[in-house]
Design a protein around this ligand. Structure first.
Ligand code: COA
Length: 179
């Protein structure tokens, strides 16, 4: 059974995506395109609502539903948090974005906490990673706030609208989270 939905407080719920979310997701991506494309490589591949539909169909078909979901306040889409699993069930990587008007309220930090609980408790992961652009201060603040350990720089490990950029790599181990 899917561990979602999770109530994040402040009227915000983290829940699995459903096909009827397509319009809201597409609208949010269109509105935020320029801002998030700087850091998020997926944006370049989402040119039309049909591209987004293809992605959504894949996510909805994943019945385990452990890969994350959307943050919603009623029918309003605020942003998304994903947990991508690596091989052999050892590690997972969290990624996130939120619409500008909902930034700075702790929603993403709370959603990450929920995904970390799921990763360690439900999925039995040993390690959770967060990679953020070295110059992406708001993104780096999330793992730092959550007690992740900074490991170093992954050179040009991601690509945004301004080209390849270096990533700051953070990790958290299951025993560290439980303590
Ligand atoms: C990266 C990003 C998701 C961070 O969003 P965010 O809103 O800053 O993150 P949080 O939801 O954790 O909010 C933290 C802020 O809420 C405040 N806050 C309020 N209540 C809080 C709470 N209960 N817990 C934590 N923070 C809280 C914090 O003080 C902080 O504000 P500050 O930076 O002004 O001090 C966002 O900037 C974004 O979408 N950027 C564009 C896309 C992107 O870069 N994605 C990441 C790619 S790696």
């Amino acid at each position: 059974m899917s561990p979602l939905p999770v109530d994040l407080g402040s009227g915000v719920v983290l829940r699995r995506y459903e096909m009827p979310d397509l319009e809201a997701l597409w609208h949010a991506i269109e509105e935020e395109r320029e801002r998030i494309a700087v850091w998020m490589p997926f944006v370049e591949g989402v040119r039309t609502i049909e591209d987004e539909r293809t992605w959504l169909e894949t996510v909805v078909a994943d019945e385990a539903g452990t890969g994350g979901g959307g943050l919603w306040s009623g029918s309003e889409f605020l942003g998304g948090v994903g947990l991508m699993l690596g091989p052999f069930g050892i590690a997972g990587e969290i990624g996130y974005w939120i619409r500008a008007k909902h930034e700075g309220r702790g929603h993403i930090t709370r959603a990450c906490r929920a995904m970390i609980d799921i990763g360690f408790e439900e999925l039995g992961l040993h390690r959770i990673e967060i990679r953020a652009g070295v110059d992406n201060a708001r993104s780096r603040a999330v793992p730092e706030r959550l007690g992740f350990t900074y490991e170093g720089i992954e050179r040009e490990g991601s690509r945004g609208s301004r080209g390849f950029y270096d990533l700051a790599v953070y990790s958290l181990l299951d025993r560290e989270w439980r303590s």
